[in-house]
Design a protein around this ligand. Sequence first.
Ligand code: DX5
Ligand code: ZN
Length: 220
Amino acid sequence: MKKDLVIAPSILSADFADLGAEIRAIDVGGCDWVHFDVMDGSFVPPITIGDNVCKAIRSHTEKPIDVHLMVNHPDTQVEAFAKAGADIITVHQEACTHLERTLQLIRSLGKKAGVSLNPATPVSTIKNVLHCTDLVLLMSVNPGYGGQSYIHAVTDKIREARQMLDDAGCDAWLEVDGGVNAATIAEVTGAGADAVVAGSAVYNKPDYAGAMAELRDLAE
Ligand code: DX5
Ligand code: ZN
């Protein structure tokens, strides 16, 4: 069942030279989670930030840190992020040979286990791991960069995933990441998403609180 909307600004679009202040600004501005994009230069071309940065920002917010691992061999990173204070750790289905084991590993560390799908990966590929899934993250852009345009073909996938979760009685969050902004949020939440990542739609605006409030108003 769809839950109350979660807004998770992605710090990928924040000013990395002033990250503590950027985290505090979305915290007081009303974010629900802090979305933390980890890229390894292999699964996706860029390299971003690792567990040491997660540890560094932990003291700047009490909101959940929603770690999105866009990395190959994510099993090697899970424990470090758990220790660094992550609350949700999401791995890509495409990067996990033994996905069930990886999700169980995340749960065994006391964290919420998320699984993400690239736009080209069918929803059916995670049907058999829902028993150990706390969050499904559908990419609505090809991962690697902030500020890309929403891929409208993903909207049907959101509906399909919503149906699959409801049919299975799975109460995992259904989160959508990429190109979510004032023009697309109604389409995303109307299709059944209950959590949205918003990078450029928050951090590229002068007023973060206002940008988040606008997204909340426009959501269905
Ligand atoms: C893309 C990242 C996203 C990204 C979203 O690979 O996973 O979290 O920062 O940025 P926007 O909201 O600007 O599309
Ligand atoms: Zn992300």
